[in-house]
Design a protein around this ligand. Structure first.
Ligand code: PBG
Length: 327
């Protein structure tokens, strides 16, 4: 056969495949999402996220030590308060779980890079991501609460804040508050392109943050939309975001590519709780090879244009990279 082009030539051996690989991954780009809660001496497994836990602050050391020894240096903290109220005042409490976890981690684990999720939904009695006005979330009033929360995180030691609420103008509001208080050097990672997604189901069980009425569609994005993703991403660039995020990952990789091509900012992709739960459930039934699926999902996000990957599998991925199974 007279064939000039034989793409298979470059697939002939593992060593050759590795040489011509287009996507390389590095444990330095992995962020592990972690739940810290009020209370003492408790570690609770999250039933919809087998292998994931809620830690009281006095018990989080074991998790931090395990992550660092696995090669994961970034955590994103989510707080679960003992008491919720209408405004979500626990979000900026001096002695909140996230604030205490930050102070402790800064002392005990100086190598850990500490990012915090900034949102109200874990702290409000109604489970919405901001202050209510009737049955609506009041955008501009929520900006004040988010700004206060971000500032309290940074004061407690957060290296970076990540607002996930999807209010309009929150990046500008938080940026101004941090700057006015002497934290102009603290970066903001914006959950810029965040869809109203059923993939967050297990997270809401983990954080007890499901809305008590209605849904989040008046602030999170409609998953039928693509141009709107660019609008959100570019607005956040203008407002001073340092890193953009697309969320969820798996069904949204087209948007990862769009945002990558439209902006120059580092881009994070969040493989959310429902993605983890589906893999775990299928693996528990013996229907898929968990490790290989996890590798394939992560690489697909990087191939789509991600620089940073947020995953409940971060520690396992760091090991797969070290073992040369991906990379
Ligand atoms: C808070 C927040 C959520 C997630 C990250 N930040 C839940 C939501 O928006 O309902 C989801 C993370 C996951 O599912 O793993 N607003």
């Amino acid at each position: 056969m007279d064939l000039l082009y034989r793409p298979r030539r470059l697939r002939g051996s593992e060593v050759l495949r590795k040489m011509v690989r287009e996507t390389r991954v590095d444990a330095a780009s992995l962020i592990y999402p972690m739940f810290v809660m009020d209370g003492e001496d408790r570690v609770e497994e999250i039933s919809a996220l087998p292998g994931q836990y809620r830690y009281t602050v006095d018990r989080m050391d074991e998790a931090f030590a395990r992550l660092l020894s696995a090669g994961v240096q970034h955590v994103m903290l989510f707080g679960i308060p003992a008491h919720k109220d209408e405004l979500g005042s626990g979000a900026w409490a001096e002695d909140g779980a996230v604030q205490r976890a930050l102070r402790r981690a800064k002392e005990q684990f100086p190598a850990m890079h500490l990012i915090t999720d900034v949102c109200m939904c874990e702290y409000t009695s109604h489970g919405h991501c901001g202050a209510l006005c009737g049955r609506e979330v009041d955008n501009d009033k929520t900006l004040e609460l988010l700004s206060k929360t971000a500032l309290s995180h940074v004061r407690a030691g957060a290296d970076m804040v990540a607002p996930s609420d999807m209010m309009d103008g929150r990046i500008a509001a938080i940026r101004r508050t941090l700057d006015d208080n002497g934290f102009s050097g603290t970066p903001i990672m914006s959950y810029a392109v965040k869809y109203a997604s059923s993939f967050y189901g297990p997270f809401r069980e983990a954080a007890g943050s499901a809305p008590s009425f209605g849904d989040r569609k008046s602030y999170q994005m409609d998953y039928h939309n693509r141009r709107e993703a660019l609008k959100e991403a570019l607005l956040d660039v203008d407002e001073g975001a340092d890193i953009l995020m697309v969320k969820p990952a798996m069904s949204y990789l087209d948007l990862v590519r769009e945002v990558r091509d439209a902006t120059d900012l580092p881009l994070a992709v969040y493989s959310v709780s429902g993605e983890y739960a589906m893999v775990k459930a299928a693996a528990a039934n013996g229907w898929i090879d968990e490790d290989k699926i996890v590798c394939e999902m992560a690489v697909s996000a990087f191939r789509a244009g991600a620089d940073i990957y947020i995953s409940y599998y971060a520690a396992e991925l760091a090991r797969f990279i070290r073992e040369g199974r991906i990379g």
